[in-house]
Write a protein of this length. Structure first.
Length: 144
C-alpha cells in the first residue's frame, strides 16, 4: 500500500529566504510562509494564522531566494517532512516542514500598494512574466 504525502499552500513570506550551501555544494533555501483563515465562532468573525516552515533544494531554492522577499505571496507544493535533532542542552527537538517540489510566484505585497513589483511564474525553471503569456480567450468564450 502506498502512502500519500502532498501539500499545497499559499501564503506570504514572513522574512527574506535564507540561502545556504551544503558542504557538497547543494543549494538549500529556508523560508516561512504565513497562511491565514477566517472563521466565525459564536457569531464573531475571527482570524487564525499558521506559520509554516519550508525548505527548497537546488535550483528551486536558488530561484526562490533570488526573487522572493518578505511579504511576497507564493504557492508551494511539496511533501511534509519531520526532522529530529538534539539541541545545545541535549534535549530532543523535532520540526515538521514542507519540502518544496514546485512553486509559483503570486502577487507581491507591493502590488497591493500600487508600487511596481515582479509578477511572474516559474515554468520548468525559467521565469515567464505574465505579460508574455497571451490569453487568446475572452470571458465570452467560457461556456458557463
Amino acid at each position: 500500500m502506498s502512502n500519500l504525502n502532498r501539500t499545497i499552500l499559499i501564503g506570504r513570506l514572513t522574512a527574506d529566504p535564507t540561502l545556504r550551501y551544503t558542504p557538497s555544494g547543494a543549494a538549500v533555501a529556508s523560508f516561512t510562509i504565513a497562511n491565514g483563515r477566517t472563521f466565525t465562532q459564536a457569531g464573531e468573525k475571527k482570524e487564525q494564522t499558521s506559520f509554516i516552515d519550508c525548505v527548497a533544494w537546488q535550483k528551486t531554492g536558488e530561484i526562490i531566494a533570488e526573487y522572493c522577499k518578505k511579504g511576497h505571496r507564493i504557492a508551494v507544493e511539496g511533501r511534509l517532512q519531520q526532522r529530529s535533532w538534539d539541541d545545545q542542552e541535549g534535549k530532543k527537538r523535532s520540526k515538521i516542514e514542507v519540502v518544496v517540489d514546485n512553486f509559483q510566484f503570486l502577487e507581491s505585497k507591493q502590488e497591493n500598494t500600487g508600487a511596481p513589483a515582479h509578477k511572474g511564474s516559474i515554468l520548468e525553471g525559467e521565469i515567464v512574466k505574465s505579460a508574455d503569456l497571451d490569453n487568446p480567450f475572452s470571458d465570452d468564450d467560457i461556456p458557463f
